[in-house]
Design a protein around this ligand. Structure first.
Ligand code: FAD
Length: 433
C-alpha cells in the first residue's frame, strides 16, 4: 500500500521556476510539495557561471532561493523522484503517483559528510562538470547541492563495499528499491524546464565527433568559479585558447531539427560568455557568428553594444559546416553575408555551439495537459493568463511553457503561484457557500 500525502499545491520541477512558485505559495501559507527528478534542486540556473545582463554570480543568487525552499516550513522537497501520473479526480483534487528512485543511501541517516565519496575507488565522468573531470560512483552532486545527501550510481558501482564500511551512520543500502507514493493536492504547477537541443542531430556540425567543439552549457562550467579546471582551457590538450568562436542558432530556428522557433536566450548567453572570456583570456580573439542578434530585454541592447566595444567580433553568417582541422583546431565554413556572400573557412582553437531549448519533459502518457506544436506546454489563454493550461487547476511556469530567460521565468512563476492561489481561494468560497 503506497504512502498517501496531502498538500495544497504540487510543483513538478525544482528549477528556479518551480522554487519561486513554491516560495510564493508557501509565503501565503499554502502547503507545497516540490518533486524534482535530479538528486538536487536548482535546475539549470545553479549550473550557470554568471547571469546576463548583470553578470551576477549564478550560484550566489540561486543558492539562497534553494536554501529558502529547503528550510520553509510550508515546503516539502522530494528529490530524485519521477512523476508517474498526474490526474484530476475532482475540482478539489489532483492525484499524482510519484516514484522515489533508489539513492542506495538512506536519506534519514546520511549526514552529508562525504566519507563514502572519499572512500569510493570508482571514478566516472562528472556530468555536472560537462564530463570534463571525474567524480566518484557514490557522490553528492556538487558542493552546494540541496539536499546534501549522497547518491550511489549503481550502474558504475563495483560493489566493493568500501562506502558502506566507512559510512559513520550506516546509511548505505545496496538493496534499496524504487518506491511509489501518492500526492493529493488541490492544484499543480508544471515547471519542468528544458534540455539543450541534442548536439548530434545536425550531421553538418559533426557534434560529438569534433574535438574542442563544446556546448554552451559546457562553456558555462568552464567559466564557473568552481568549474572543472578553475580556468578556461581547450579540453583536448589543456592549451589556453587564443581564438574562440560561437555558432549562433546551432539548435534553434532550424526546421531540419524540428526546432523552428527562436530559443530567445542564446544571443544573450553567448554575449555574456564572450564578455566573461575576454576577462579571463584578455589576449584571445572571440568571434560570434550569427544570423541576427536578438537582444530583446531591458538593458540587453546596451549589453550587446558593450560587448562590441570590448572588441568581440560579430560576423553575420550562418555556419554551414563544422569539421575537425589539423592540430586540434575546429574549422568553420560559412557565407560571409556582409562581405559579398563569399564562402569563407576559418579555424578556431575552441568552438561553442549556442544550442537551443527543447522541452525538458513531455506530459504524454503522464497527464492530460496539452502541448503546442513546439512541444512546450500549451497555455489555454496565452494573451491574458499565460500560465493557465487546459487541465483544470494545473498551471505552467518557466521554460516548461516555452523558451525564456531567468527574469521572465521568475515573473511567470509568480503569476502561476497567483493563479493557483486564486483557484484555491475560489474552491474555499464554493465550499463555504
Ligand atoms: C547555456 C545557458 C546559459 C544561460 N544563461 C542565462 C543567463 O545568463 N541569464 C538568464 O536570464 N538566463 C540564462 N539562461 C536561461 C535559464 O537557464 C533559464 O531561463 C532558466 O533555467 C529556466 O528555469 P526553469 O526552472 O524554467 O527550468 P530548468 O532550469 O530547466 O528547471 C527545470 C527543473 O525541472 C526538473 N524536471 C524536469 N522534468 C521533471 C519531471 N518530470 N519531474 C520532476 N522534475 C522534473 C529538472 O530536473 C529541472 O531541475 C541560460 C540558458 C542556457 C542554456
Amino acid at each position: 500500500m503506497s504512502r498517501e500525502l496531502h498538500f495544497d499545491t504540487l510543483v513538478v520541477g525544482g528549477g528556479i521556476a518551480g522554487l519561486q512558485t513554491a516560495l510564493d505559495l508557501a509565503d501565503q501559507n499554502y502547503q507545497v510539495a516540490v518533486i524534482e527528478k535530479d538528486a538536487t534542486i536548482g535546475g539549470k540556473m545553479i549550473r550557470l557561471s554568471k547571469v546576463f545582463p548583470t553578470l551576477d554570480c549564478a550560484s550566489c543568487i540561486t543558492t539562497p532561493k534553494m536554501a529558502a525552499s529547503a528550510h520553509h516550513e510550508n515546503i516539502t522537497l522530494f528529490t530524485y523522484c519521477n512523476l508517474k501520473s498526474l490526474d484530476r479526480d475532482s475540482p478539489e483534487s489532483v492525484t499524482a503517483t510519484v516514484t522515489q528512485k533508489p539513492r542506495y543511501v538512506d536519506p534519514d541517516k546520511c549526514i552529508g559528510c562525504r566519507q563514502c565519496e572519499y572512500g569510493c575507488p570508482v571514478y566516472v565522468p562528472d556530468e555536472e562538470q560537462g564530463n570534463f573531470n571525474l567524480r566518484k560512483a557514490v557522490h553528492i552532486p556538487f558542493s552546494n547541492a540541496i539536499p546534501q545527501i549522497a547518491v550511489l550510481d549503481m550502474e558504475n558501482c563495483s560493489l566493493c563495499g568500501k562506502c558502506a564500511r566507512v559510512c559513520p551512520t550506516d546509511a548505505i543500502d545496496y538493496f534499496e528499491q524504487p518506491e511509489d507514493f501518492i500526492i493529493h493536492a488541490k492544484t499543480a504547477v508544471l515547471a519542468t524546464g528544458f534540455e539543450l537541443t541534442p548536439i548530434d542531430q545536425k550531421p553538418e556540425y559533426n557534434g560529438g565527433k569534433v574535438q574542442n567543439l563544446i556546448t554552451s552549457m559546457e562553456m558555462e562550467r568552464l567559466l564557473a568559479p568552481h568549474g572543472p579546471y578553475m580556468r578556461v582551457i581547450r579540453p583536448s590538450d589543456g592549451k589556453e585558447p587564443d581564438s574562440i568562436a560561437y555558432v549562433q542558432c546551432a539548435g534553434s530556428r532550424d526546421k531540419t531539427l524540428n526546432v523552428p522557433y527562436c530559443s530567445r536566450v542564446c544571443c544573450m548567453y553567448a554575449i555574456k560568455q564572450a564578455m566573461l572570456l575576454s576577462g579571463a583570456l584578455p589576449l584571445a580573439d572571440i568571434t560570434i557568428y550569427y544570423m541576427d542578434i536578438r537582444a530583446f530585454g531591458k538593458g540587453y541592447e546596451q549589453f550587446y553594444q558593450n560587448a562590441k566595444a570590448m572588441g568581440i567580433e560579430f560576423v553575420k553568417g550562418k555556419i554551414a559546416k563544422i569539421e575537425q582541422a589539423d592540430n586540434q583546431y575546429v574549422s568553420l565554413r560559412y557565407e560571409a553575408q556582409e562581405d559579398g556572400g563569399r564562402v569563407v573557412e576559418r579555424e578556431h582553437d575552441l568552438v561553442v555551439l549556442s544550442l537551443g531549448m527543447v522541452p525538458g519533459w513531455t506530459p504524454q502518457g503522464v497527464c492530460q495537459v496539452s502541448c503546442d506544436t513546439d512541444r512546450f506546454i500549451k497555455s489555454s489563454m496565452p494573451q491574458i493568463a499565460p500560465t493557465v493550461t487546459d487541465m483544470e487547476g494545473v498551471f505552467v511556469a518557466g521554460v516548461a511553457a516555452g523558451p525564456k530567460d531567468i527574469v521572465d521565468t521568475i515573473a511567470e512563476a509568480g503569476a502561476a503561484a497567483m493563479e493557483a492561489s486564486k483557484y484555491m481561494t475560489a474552491l474555499g468560497k464554493q465550499k463555504a457557500a
